[in-house]
Design a protein around this ligand. Structure first.
Ligand SMILES: [Zn+2]
Ligand SMILES: [Zn+2]
Ligand SMILES: [Zn+2]
Length: 240
């Protein structure tokens, strides 16, 4: 009986796994058990698909699987889970698992920790721990105001971390009346007067204080002068 030196893996299953002698022997047995004559081997191998191939290898004791990303063979002992929750229990070779993790790792703009996300988060990188309904509202108004300032060629440097710090400082209330809940991002020096979206110029405001202030100079008359002084002092303290 002539020997089968090597059984080519089926198309779509490009592998470079070296079968050791024991595995190869067992694999030959698997082939021989399925044929009556040696000249049937090519036809048998031609109809093998990738799934059968891996099953045969496993039956022969080789214990292999196919990487779910690159389709290369991986010994079971080397195959790893990607740790990316949306890829479930799929197994990968080390290179693919590492590449996938790197592609889906983002650094949170608020806490600075790395986190996994299936898609690029927008408009900011916010990890699940830092995210929440009020944070989403606060950051979407930040994003809108950053865009507005950029369009007008004004400074636009306020970061999510800085904006959330300012909101925390004022207890997520209006910086002017200190009573009503935060409703919008207020530019202390109004945008129409060249005030940028920066840490030294932005505070939370309620709807009525914000409209009382309008586009007027900070010395607008409907808000107490002491409130303006307090806000101005805070802003001077965080200004870089
Ligand atoms: Zn791979
Ligand atoms: Zn975070
Ligand atoms: Zn207010």
């Amino acid at each position: 009986m002539s020997e089968i030196a090597y059984i080519d893996p089926p198309a779509g299953c490009i592998g470079d796994l070296t079968l050791d002698e024991v595995w190869l022997d067992q694999l030959r047995q698997a082939v021989y058990e399925r044929i009556a004559r040696m000249d049937e081997i090519p036809a048998l191998l031609a109809q093998l698909n990738a799934t059968d191939w891996v099953r045969w290898l496993n039956d022969s004791g080789a214990r292999v699987t196919v990487c779910a990303a690159c389709n290369h063979y991986v010994r079971m002992g080397d195959a790893v889970n990607s740790e990316l929750p949306w890829l479930d229990e799929r197994l990968f070779c080390h290179e693919c698992a590492e590449r996938l993790r790197a592609e889906h790792t983002f650094v949170c703009d608020v806490c600075g920790h790395e986190f996994f996300a299936q898609r690029q988060p927008a408009p900011f990188n916010i990890c699940p721990e830092c995210d929440g309904p009020s944070v989403t509202v606060a950051l979407s108004s930040l994003w809108a105001q950053l865009q507005r300032a950029r369009k007008l060629n004004l400074p636009a440097t306020l970061t999510p971390r800085e904006w959330l710090d300012t909101l925390d400082y004022f207890g997520w209330r209006c910086a002017y009346c200190l009573r009503a809940d935060f409703a919008c991002l207020d530019h202390y020096v109004p945008v129409v007067q060249g005030g940028g979206t920066t840490q030294g110029n932005c505070v939370p405001a309620c709807t009525s204080c914000n409209s009382a202030k309008g586009g007027r100079a900070p010395q607008g008359y409907l808000i107490k002068a002491s409130a303006f002084t307090r806000v101005k002092e805070y802003l001077a303290g965080v200004e870089k």
